[in-house]
Write a protein that binds this ligand. Sequence first.
Ligand SMILES: Cc1ncc(COP(=O)(O)O)c(C=O)c1O
Length: 425
Amino acid sequence: MSTQVTPKKKNRLATLAVRAGQPRKDALDAVTTPIACTATYAFGSSAELRDHFEGRITRHEYGRYGNPTVRAAEEKLAALDGGQDAALFGSGMAAITTALFALLQKGDHVVLTGDGYRRTRAFVTQVLARFGVESTIVGAGDARAIGEAIGDKTRIVLTESPTNPYLRVVDLAALLQAKRLHPRVKILIDATFATPVNQRPLEQGADLVLHSCTKYLGGHNDLLAGVVVGDGALVSLVREARDVLGGVLDPHAAYLLLRGLKTLPLRVERQNTTGLAIARWLEAQPEVERVYYPGLTSHPDHAVAVRSMTGFGGVVSFVLRADLDLTARALDACELATIAPSLGGVETLIEQPAIMSYYGLTSEERAALGIRDGLVRLAVGVEDADDIREDLERVLRVVSDDSNTKSKSSDTTKKAAREVVSHGN
Ligand SMILES: Cc1ncc(COP(=O)(O)O)c(C=O)c1O
């Protein structure tokens, strides 16, 4: 079932987050959306079945083609991103892979930006390549290079914005300029790191927005989901591919997603404030070599971020003045932040990409992808910002203690050497 959603423009984001996709009073008189825990739907008669297939009535048929709880979440997500329609999936990767399978065919070309989720890159360069789809990878911050990579066979430009882990912000206006010369190209933005609170790619002219709802949209580290939002006809194509490929969302997870979405603006606004405060603080610490956060003037895309985002998010990446092992030891000092992959939930998570997402690669392979050994990705939750800062002080103390020990031991070595020299005299 694919009824199209008309976004309720008259309501603002915080209201849509709570109210969209949800009747004021449903058939059960419930205020919240019930979980429709069913794999299939009953037809009262064969005549009703015929009416359904011949389009005279709109109703659910079978669980892989739709579910009322999932549909309520889709309507809320479409309203939040200002899209005509949305299709939900069992994970962010299911959303990405299904959308690309739906929109591409043999002989097509995809432009993908670097510094992105490595499974998306693997899907494009390894899986789609087996089906005759070619790709070019260009730097996310280089709008000119993206434009130049678009050719006659290009059908999709897919980019994250902000990217992972260096939080590059794509200049969508420049991208749309390039698209004018190639009208068949569709611009797909994986806005997982931005959320509809901080960035509005559809309103700026993107064709489809994708999110891993596992992150900010669910917001509680308790579900996996993905969504494709945008133009009704395009989303219908993606939904038809979902009917075949089967990566649907379970109604229980849809319920958790609906509940999480109600507080999305509250949570993200808090994460924006904490993220900026922590990024500024980290930038002033001697143990930190570099901080990557689009809200800092030192970030290469700060100007683009200020133009195109209303907040800079809760992910702060930074490089410690430490090698692989010292960085790992330093993160072990966290008492509040949890060492875990993912981001966007209420719990602060911290990871060292070199031994998390990029585990198994050699130091050289990681370096080729720009992943430094001392790189840390912090995803702030909604705990008190001072507690998060104090936790990071524990991390930095391990680094400074180590360099003090090293400089003391090198002082002792120098002193011993001086003594040898003076004894020699
Ligand atoms: C930017 C981005 N897109 C997509 C995904 C995939 O989402 P999921 O883990 O929900 O499949 C991730 C996962 O980390 C991500 O960071």
